[in-house]
Design a protein around this ligand. Structure first.
Ligand code: AQP
Length: 329
């Protein structure tokens, strides 16, 4: 039997090239090596207020993006978190074995809490729900971007804690980061991670941005005061542009250096824009084909949920037994 892979994306905004390079591209590459489950984590998205109609539309948009990027629904399950109630059930059971201090230490919690007037409890509990998502499917591999590394460590700590309290129950998941593109930075501010929820029209290239707009954003990207690429003295903005190019082109380091050393920033941006657009155009064509078929995406999501529910239910049943909760069977 193949090991299982699980990963997810929050429907909390427009998916961008950071999400693609940090997560989706890797999913597509490894999907056939594993039994793969890719999830739209809507329960995570509501840890911050989402306009209900927009959230609902965004969920199907993201499923179509998964398909257009190359996730094969015949092999991999594509599903929505809230369609499988076991995610929330297991999250509660894990909450009861999670020390609050572990959660308060999470960098993403501290950052997101800062920007909220009232901090919802869900924001603090977020990593426990994420642990539940992964442990529910006994996933061995979790391909994510660098920003999720800390949450994955907490998932492993939680699995270990549960296993030592109640006996071996959960598979210990491994974090799987891409070698290039694990942390794409904002185009307008290369000190900050490219993020769906960041404001600013020049911050991120969305996967559904029209090519003209994508080019404009890249041409306006923040660089530094040097005139041309100097690999011994790379500023964060230039390094970010080169990283985007390399992750998309899959060029090795020496080819990157030979090609870009001494190139003026205007030309660098032009070439990065062309590389991005050469990926966006065929992707967007597939996206429009997929979404033009009424009911297709909904049927994939239904099928995905039906396929994974028995795995999730079996884990919840096992956890209930381990914890001494009442089971009917
Ligand atoms: N900038 C990034 N570079 C590389 N990978 C990234 N990921 C996110 N941002 C980058 C990876 O994309 C996957 C899905 O992310 P998410 O939806 O779980 O949310 P996030 O990590 O919190 O990403 P965002 O875009 O910043 O969303 P918001 O603004 O809603 O919080 C994950 O594998 C993530 O590592």
């Amino acid at each position: 039997m193949k090991a299982r892979v699980f990963s997810g994306v929050q429907p909390s905004g427009d998916l961008h090239i950071g999400n693609y390079l940090g997560a989706l591209k890797n999913w597509v590459r490894i999907q056939y090596d594993y039994e793969s489950i890719f999830c739209i984590v809507d329960l995570h998205a509501i840890t911050i207020y989402q306009e209900p109609a927009a959230l609902r539309a965004k969920i199907e948009e993201i499923a179509a993006i998964f398909l257009a990027a190359g996730i094969d629904p015949k092999h991999s399950a594509i599903m929505v978190q809230s369609s499988v109630p076991a995610h929330a059930e297991l999250a509660w059971m894990l909450t009861c074995v999670t020390p609050v201090g572990w959660l308060e230490r999470m960098t993403q919690y501290k950052m997101k809490a800062e920007s909220q007037e009232t901090v919802g409890d869900g924001l603090l509990q977020y990593p426990v729900l994420m642990a539940a998502d992964i442990l529910l499917y006994q996933a061995a591999i979790v391909p994510v971007g660098e920003d999720q590394r800390q949450h994955l460590e907490l998932t492993r700590d939680l699995a270990q804690r549960f296993n030592s309290l109640y006996g071996d129950t959960f598979v210990m998941p491994e974090t799987h980061l891409p070698t290039v593109g694990a942390r794409v930075m904002g185009l307008d501010d290369p000190e900050k991670k490219m993020s769906k929820s960041a404001s600013g029209s020049g911050h991120a290239v969305a996967l559904l941005d029209p090519p003209v707009q994508a080019r404009k954003k890249i041409m306006r990207a923040t660089t530094d005061s040097l005139p041309a690429v100097d690999f011994d003295n790379l500023g964060a903005g230039v390094a970010n542009l080169l990283g985007i190019f390399q992750a998309l082109s899959e060029w090795p380091e020496n080819r990157m250096k030979k090609h870009f050393a001494g190139m003026r920033y205007g030309e660098l941006k032009k070439q990065v824009a062309e590389m991005v657009i050469s990926h966006l155009e065929p992707f967007q064509k597939r996206y429009h084909e997929i979404t033009s078929e009424a009911g297709y995406v909904a049927s994939i999501l239904r099928e995905g949920a039906e396929r994974v529910a028995p795995i999730a239910d079996a884990t919840v049943e096992l956890v209930k037994k381990r914890m001494g909760l009442y089971t009917l069977s």
